[in-house]
Ligand binder design. Structure first.
Ligand SMILES: C[S@@+](CC[C@H](N)C(=O)[O-])C[C@H]1O[C@@H](n2cnc3c(N)ncnc32)[C@H](O)[C@@H]1O
Length: 367
């Protein structure tokens, strides 16, 4: 399926602040992260773990992480940011040639075939990022002046009032229904997260619209990387993910060698690592790609691969998998924190399963 062999995510599609609050990574931690756009494993380094194992079933995502790390380690910050696509540049393919000897074979081979994406800047080359650019064009055509106004607010109360009086319109909601429809997602976006395991009664347009509207009550649009991606087709200058901010990129560069890349199915990988391998698990919204029984298998594998007291963070997007009864004594959830993160996450469409994995000897007693 092309979704699992071509670049799907390339910039940053999840709020790094949430992951930090959920996981509380610290020195000595052995973290596991889904690779995605490469941002999540890179950001975990900011809290000084001993290691980060970055896993993704899609070799394109693993290759992207390798390229980002190689560019970060080889280039001064401004050149690294321009090479990725944050700033204009005309010499990206030449830079790729210079980076090539330092790239692992899989990444060198992948980007030899993807020179056009490198030339344009890999930051916005993902399927999702290209989709956002299309959505932004539709938005501009339908409501260009209002979108410009929205991103001009620098006072949250004023933004809130304007959202209520001007932004929130019935016809605009209907646009979201159309843009999020299962049919369009199947035909255009082709990301199974939008249709494969979503309950037929789940109202996707309303869910996304309401999440966005609530988020506009909590954060200025101009300080929301996700809203900027969706409505402007680019990351917000005032809310850049840390790996694209000079001082944080320097910290990540110094610790980059702690990341190990793994291209594998997460469930199979976790079933095969030694027990108690990880103290922190950042699992993204992988449940979006799993049916209920594979989700249960994932949880059992997490329980086995997690060290006693390990913290986990799982995002739920459109699927609503529950932790099955037999595993409820294993995962100690933190509902107050989950609710805070749901409300505050600037990627605005996630619910959370967050907490610790109970040591195996006390599971039976607590179940
Ligand atoms: C869960 S998706 C969600 C994207 C997310 N919003 C982000 O920012 O990356 C992230 C990654 O999970 C990967 N993925 C999905 N199912 C997987 C699985 N069973 N094993 C390993 N990786 C998987 C996809 O290839 C994708 O790159």
């Amino acid at each position: 399926m092309p979704f699992f062999s071509t670049l799907s995510y390339s910039s940053c599609n999840e709020d790094w602040r949430t992951e930090r609050r959920a996981l509380r990574v610290g020195p000595g931690d052995r973290a596991l992260a889904i690779t995605g756009g490469g941002d999540r494993p890179m950001h975990l380094l900011l809290d000084d773990p001993a290691s980060v194992t970055a896993v993704d079933a899609n070799p394109a995502q693993s290759a992207l992480l390798a390229l980002k790390l190689a560019a970060l380690q080889a280039l001064p910050f401004d050149e690294y940011a321009a090479f990725l696509g944050l700033e204009p540049a005309t010499d990206r393919v030449a830079r790729l040639e210079a980076l090539r000897p330092g790239l692992p074979d899989d990444a060198a081979g992948f980007f030899d075939r993807e020179r056009a994406a490198v030339a344009r800047g890999v930051l916005y080359a993902g399927r999702w990022e290209r989709h956002y650019a299309r959505v932004a064009r539709v938005g501009r055509a339908l409501r260009g002046a209002s979108i410009r106004r929205l991103f001009a607010f620098d006072d949250l109360d004023a933004q809130r009032a304007w959202v209520h009086e001007v932004w929130d319109r019935g016809w605009w909601r209907l646009v979201f229904d159309a843009m999020c429809s299962r049919t369009l997602s199947r035909m255009v976006l082709r990301d199974p997260a939008f249709y494969a395991h979503v309950d037929p009664d789940f109202d996707i347009g309303a869910y996304v619209y309401e999440g966005m509207r609530a988020s506009l009550g909590r954060h200025l649009a101009r300080e929301n990387f996700m809203l900027s991606l969706v409505l402007l087709g680019r990351l917000a200058a005032e809310d850049l993910p840390p790996y694209l901010v000079r001082e944080h990129a320097a910290t990540i560069r110094a610790r980059a060698s702690r990341i190990a890349r793994v291209t594998a199915d997460l469930v199979t990988f976790l079933e095969q690592v030694p027990p108690a391998s990880f103290t922190r698990l950042s699992l993204s919204d992988v449940p979006s790609y799993l049916d209920a029984s594979t989700f249960e298998r994932l949880l059992a594998a997490v329980a086995r691969a997690a060290a006693p007291g390990a913290r986990f963070c799982i995002r739920l997007f459109l699927t609503s998998h529950e932790i099955p009864e037999r595993l409820q004594g294993t995962f100690v959830r933190e509902p107050a924190l989950e609710e805070e993160l749901r409300a505050d996450d600037r990627a605005f469409a996630y619910r959370f399963l967050v907490g610790t994995v109970r040591p195996s000897e006390t599971r039976g007693a607590a179940a």
